[in-house]
Design a protein around this ligand. Structure first.
Ligand SMILES: [Fe+2]
Ligand SMILES: [Fe+2]
Length: 312
């Protein structure tokens, strides 16, 4: 009997206008980030595109929604509130899982909770709460949620960085916890789908934008395996392969879910529907890309690809 689990994956919506920058919140990173936003991304990322894509995602009726970070722009208090309202429009927190991006953990937020405001979307469910090794992790990552026969393993790669740096780091403690989680026998027979913002393999981004411990992440996967990794950050569709003990692991990146205009060589707004089905050996993973092909067009299917995993 085939039992398919469907996950809608959207990322990098940068949906929150950077409003409310008071002198108290001003620093070099935010000032440069705001100048950058006015120069470029202000004209690219539009709420109207996000609304169109989210409406289309909801019509596809997936089992779950995964949001892999960069909801914000320069990490202002008003942005976290706006992003929370946006998340609630996608669905209840039990149906929407979020990991932060570098624009969400951007700079010191002082007394403001920052991404902690979204904690209900970034917390384990009952299944994940009972897994050994998870309770001891730092800042609540990784956490695990069960969606039918899929275990979503949410990893935080975002850390505060200096100006002009959009790099990420998982950190030794979280990597150790991730290794424990991926090997947990409670996940046996489930497809382990890792969510992370930064492209998590070496060489997938320039150093100033890359995951600093990508080699360590790849080494964890080489030991534990996983069935799929989903990420954002590069604002481009990407397909790479990691190596696990039982074969290749697809690492799928999605472009921005809000692009209303072409920026550099980034495509217009899109998202993926990921269908995970048990196969004779391992899992069959199908990715359907949906989004805009024309600035004034509607949401259409852009591509469809079957990724064989573990039995390739
Ligand atoms: Fe982004
Ligand atoms: Fe990013």
């Amino acid at each position: 009997m085939h039992q398919t689990t469907t996950i809608a994956h959207i990322s990098d919506v940068h949906v929150t206008p950077p409003r409310g920058l008071t002198p108290k919140l001003l620093n070099v990173k935010r000032t440069l980030g705001l100048m950058n936003w006015h120069r470029g991304r202000k004209r690219v990322h539009k709420a109207a595109v996000v609304d169109l894509l989210v409406g289309d995602m909801q019509e596809c009726n997936p089992d779950h929604f995964a949001v892999t970070g960069d909801l914000c722009n320069i990490g202002l208090p008003s942005e976290y509130t706006a992003a929370l309202a946006w998340l609630k429009r996608i669905g209840p927190a039990s149906d929407v899982t979020v990991v932060p991006g570098n624009h969400d953990i951007y700079t010191n937020t002082g007394k403001h909770p920052g991404v902690e405001l979204w904690r209900e979307f970034m917390s384990p469910d009952e299944f994940g709460s009972q897994l050994a090794g998870v309770a001891a992790t730092q800042r609540g990552f990784p956490f695990v949620r069960r969606v039918r026969n899929v275990a979503l393993v949410a990893v935080n790669s975002a850390v505060e960085t200096p100006p002009f740096v959009a790099a990420g780091r998982i950190g030794k403690e979280q990597l150790a916890a991730l290794e424990t989680v991926l090997q947990n026998e409670a996940l046996e027979g489930m497809a382990r789908v890792v969510l992370i913002h930064h492209p998590p393999l070496p060489g997938l981004a320039p150093k100033a934008r890359a995951l600093a411990d990508a080699e360590d992440f790849a080494a964890v996967l080489a030991r534990t395996g996983a069935e799929l990794v989903l990420h954002g950050h590069n604002h481009r569709d990407m397909l790479n392969w990691a190596h696990g003990p039982q074969g290749r692991i697809p690492v799928v990146g999605i472009a921005s879910g809000s692009a209303a205009a072409r920026h550099k060589d980034e495509p217009l707004g899109r998202y993926n529907i990921v269908r995970v089905t048990p196969a004779e050996k391992g899992w069959a993973i199908e990715v359907l890309g949906r989004g805009l092909l024309a600035v004034d067009g509607g949401v259409v299917e852009i591509e469809r690809e079957m990724l064989a995993c573990c039995d390739a």
